[in-house]
Design a binder for this molecule. Structure first.
Ligand SMILES: Nc1nc2c(c(=O)[nH]1)N[C@H]1C(S)=C(S)[C@@H](COP(=O)(O)O)O[C@H]1N2
Ligand SMILES: [Mo]
Length: 419
């Protein structure tokens, strides 16, 4: 079935173009009869499944290639590893729950919500323990945020390496969370005047912890239990995770079991040996929490080549900033000689992914595609060389440099670097 469907879909598209008046396409469709039109397809000859055949729906079997994927040589073991969101297959701004990339340090904790507790302790007037039922009695909010691992694009510091935006940029997802403002829970416990930091802790076997300043905790953090309307997936921290808008993914503690309030940061593993950026002079940047503005063209890209020949072509991609919205994205087809303003379509939320498009007439010659995000603070996404000038070559984290795809005459794309 899937073998037949590729050529016949192409046939259908040529047919559609013919009505639009494309001369070459019209000639093609006049030649051979198209079986997608002349043959009765099996799905028209038999009744389909009834309701309830699929009580929890999943995508069409023709979409089975749209999955998270990992890079096996990156990590020694899948329980402490990462896989990547298939950005090249998605559109709009929301990442479907089953495709959100996963980053676990000790595998997926399968938490029974009835046996799960959230404790607030440390420098508070009254230490508290909440059941999931208790949490449901606090006012909730719905907000859309991206989560990007600080190591996203980390493999690309020294030069172009991985062939596809799924691998170069796929440690990101963008989800509508339903959650309780963390401020409300902290106020319930009563933070003492010397309480300046919080340390959220996960209930997985890694018991992941990070230090977060109290100002951020009181500002826009959420204790979230729903993603895109349904319960968090186990991979994403079911039954409850911390949402730390705009800040590096590592701080978004999953399977959240405890929040300690203290008067100084804890200097744990994830903020010393990891998630710090070693500069050329041997000094490391620390507490680099905010994710800088970034963008990537998702199609055309190495996993999403141009399948048609010259003519009308849709370029699309995503852009985001940990400091606000994205009012503007520029794209270039010729490696930066000429820049064009892309069209942003879809909601523009604070600290959320934005979707951009640029429609152009491809003349069939090679392209050097790049996108450049501007955020609402006026910051402009830098070139990779500009980043390396200030951060050196030791870094892994916070690579928000401009990505380049080289598209050849056949429409195939590859990861290259020109600046
Ligand atoms: N408890 C716990 N929380 C965690 C992690 C973890 O391993 N355990 N990984 C962190 C890292 S490094 C990232 S990038 C994000 C990934 O979130 P995701 O799996 O929803 O993509 O979760 C963070 N929270
Ligand atoms: Mo991460």
């Amino acid at each position: 079935m899937s073998n037949d469907s590729a050529p016949s879909r192409r046939g259908f598209l040529t047919g559609a173009l013919a009505t639009g008046g494309a001369v070459a396409a019209a000639r093609a469709s006049a030649q051979a009869p198209d079986p997608a039109i002349t043959e009765l397809q099996p799905w028209m000859q038999y009744l389909g499944d009834g309701v309830d055949a699929r009580p929890y729906g999943s995508p069409s079997r023709f979409e089975s290639h749209v999955i998270r994927r990992n890079v096996e040589w990156l990590t020694a073991d899948p329980v402490s590893s990462v896989n990547f969101t298939p950005l090249h297959e998605l559109d709009g701004i929301i990442t479907p729950n089953g495709l959100c990339f996963e980053r676990h340090h000790a595998g997926i904790a399968e938490v029974d919500p009835s046996a799960h507790r959230l404790m607030i302790n440390g420098l508070v007037d009254k230490p508290l323990v909440f059941t999931m039922q208790d949490l449901m009695r606090f006012p909730r909010e719905n907000r859309v945020y991206f989560l990007e691992c600080a190591a996203n694009s980390g493999m690309e510091w020294a030069g172009a390496q991985l062939n596809g935006c799924q691998y170069t940029h796929g440690m990101i997802h963008n989800v509508q969370y339903t959650g309780i403002p963390l401020r409300l829970l902290l106020e319930e416990a009563g933070v003492k005047t010397n309480g300046k930091w919080i340390m959220p802790e996960g209930a997985d076997a890694s018991a992941m912890t990070r230090s977060i300043p109290i100002e951020k905790a009181m500002d826009d953090c959420l204790v979230a239990f729903k993603m895109n309307g349904e319960a968090l997936r186990p991979e994403q921290g079911y039954p409850v995770r911390l949402v730390v808008p705009g800040w590096e993914g590592n701080m978004w503690i999953k399977w959240l079991r405890r929040i300690e309030v203290g008067d100084q940061p804890w200097h744990h593993r994830e903020e010393t040996s990891k998630y710090t950026d070693l500069l050329d002079n041997g000094i490391a940047r620390r507490f680099t929490w905010e994710m800088d503005a970034k963008s990537v063209i998702t199609s055309p890209s190495p996993q999403a080549p141009i399948l048609h020949s010259r003519g009308p072509t849709v370029l699309t991609g995503v852009a985001w900033s940990g400091r606000g919205t994205i009012p503007r994205v520029d794209v270039t087809l010729d490696g930066g000689k000429n820049w064009h303003e892309a069209r942003i379509s879809g909601p523009s939320f604070d600290k959320s992914m934005h979707r951009f498009y640029f429609e152009f007439d491809w003349d069939g010659t090679p392209l050097l595609l790049q996108s450049r995000a501007h955020d609402s603070t006026g910051y402009v996404q830098p070139t990779k060389n500009a980043l390396r000038d200030v951060r050196g070559e030791n870094s892994i984290y916070h690579n928000n440099g401009i990505q380049t795809w080289l598209v050849d005459e056949r429409g195939e794309a590859e990861n290259v670097e020109i600046s």
